[in-house]
Design a protein around this ligand. Structure first.
Ligand code: CU
Length: 449
């Protein structure tokens, strides 16, 4: 990838030659609480190594949350807490971060808050934010790129009764799809080398699968869990994608566009209406670089959709932007030796506070790249608003609540965020995981009481 040089002496690997659309895309398996109290659902998950059938042929050695290549699907409900106790049964450390979650610092997964091999840690998520498609993944200092590559990722849906009035497809017709690329060698082994071209696109842990659908609307929650690949997704027949939600939940209004762009870690929820296609139709979800990555087969008998009201022009009303009291400049640069991407002049040091923010503050961040590379920018703890990109107001798909946004090379994005509560230490960083893990592109922010 950009900014990475090949490891010295690395043996060349032959990529797997994979047939496409052989396997069905699995539905993610719901996590089952081990106990439920009046206000909290409790889960336990073992982080362990194992094998998964990612593609036809040999099974692939993986790291996993709970055994599957994509971790258990946690379904939270707004206003009910979720507590997950992770036990690390790997031979190296891990950290779990709920991406997009508004959570107290001890549960956020600071990169050095390691769960050592054999140890356990409980993360508690308040779920007081708006409904959204979140995801969880490893965040271990200088190792998240490899850990996520090996399979430490999962989906966390925060359901919100405030969405019920929209009559969106639900249950079986509300389908999270975790997309990520990989390099599989000729033996189907995951082989981590970011200088290679990772051309195997996995959807819910299967390489280029098919998915049977019925003649009705579906809600697809698309998560770009790729380490660094940008996705530009579209339907093969040119039907526009109707995006209803982004990182932090519903958009103010549907964003209808020929393609949906998702940088690493971004989410986009789309409504696809298959009712216009004859039975037997094959339609592809395609990426501008990788081509067809998922085939929808209109083959499933399903009852007609009840009272299909058109999507309203207004999906959600976002909170009014409050007056910012501080403007903070964030500069992304390349070190003189070319080995690091700096944030405000330095590589990540977990002991150095780059941003100290009094709790309750609303800030505008001017995030500028001067490295000449495109990066993407993720702030923990908050959902922010994109004010403008190179001085231009964001397009419809970026007008909702966001936690990750692409920063154009040599460009500036202005964001606004309110750090309403939860004092403690957090990070913000480039979500190209190779940059975050290996080039120091991360910074500590402390929310001060
Ligand atoms: Cu970067």
């Amino acid at each position: 990838m950009k900014g990475m040089t090949p490891a010295a002496g690395a043996a060349p690997r032959t990529p797997a030659k994979l047939a496409s659309f052989v396997d069905a895309m699995p539905r993610l398996v719901d996590a089952v609480p081990v106990s439920v109290t009046a206000d909290t659902d409790y889960y336990t998950t073992s982080i362990k190594s194992g094998y998964a059938q990612l593609a036809p042929g040999n099974p692939t050695a993986i790291s996993s949350y709970g055994g599957g290549f994509v971790g258990p699907l946690i379904r939270a409900r707004r206003g009910r807490k979720v507590a997950v106790t992770y036990t690390n049964n790997l031979t190296s450390g891990v950290v779990v971060h709920l991406h997009g979650g508004h959570v107290p610092a001890p549960s956020d997964g600071f990169p050095t808050d390691e769960i050592a091999p054999g140890a356990s840690r409980t993360y508690t998520y308040p779920n007081l934010q708006r409904g959204a498609t979140l995801w969880y993944h490893d965040h271990l200092h200088m190792a998240e790129a490899i850990n996520v590559f090996n399979g430490l990722h999962g989906v966390y849906i925060l359901h919100d009764p405030a969405e019920d009035w929209l009559g969106l497809p639900s249950g079986r017709y509300d389908v999270p799809i975790l997309l990520r690329d990989a390099f599989l060698d000729a033996d189907n082994a995951l082989y981590y080398d970011p200088t290679l071209d990772w051309t195997v696109m996995l959807a819910n842990g299967k390489a280029r699968p098919y998915f049977a659908v019925g003649q009705r609307r579906y809600r697809f929650r698309l998560i770009n869990a790729s380490n660094h690949r940008y996705l530009t997704l579209s339907l093969s027949d040119g039907t526009p994608l109707v995006q209803i939600a982004s990182d932090g939940g519903l958009l103010p209004a549907p964003a209808v566009a020929p393609a949906l762009e998702l940088s690493s870690a971004e989410r986009g929820e789309v409504i696809v209406d298959f009712s216009k296609y004859p039975m037997g139709t094959r339609l592809y979800l395609q990426d501008s670089v990788l081509g067809q990555i998922l085939r929808f087969d209109v083959t499933e008998a399903c009852p007609p959709e009840p009272a299909k009201a058109p999507l309203p022009a207004t999906l959600a009303t976002l909170p009014a932007l409050t007056q910012a009291t501080n403007t903070r400049k964030i500069t992304l640069s390349l070190s003189a030796d070319g080995n690091y991407f700096f944030i405000n002049g330095q590589a990540f040091d977990p002991n150095v506070v780059i941003a100290s923010i009094p709790v309750g503050t609303t800030e505008i961040w001017e995030v500028s790249d001067i490295s000449g590379w495109e990066h993407n920018f993720h702030i923990h703890l908050v959902q922010f608003r994109v004010l403008d990109i190179n001085g231009v107001a964001p397009g419809p798909s970026l007008r909702g609540l966001k936690d990750t946004v692409s920063i154009p090379a040599n460009g500036t994005v202005r964001l606004q965020a309110t750090f309403a509560d939860y004092p403690g230490k957090y990070v913000f960083h480039c979500h190209l995981l190779e940059h975050a893990s290996f080039t120091g592109m991360m910074a500590r922010m402390d929310i001060t009481a």
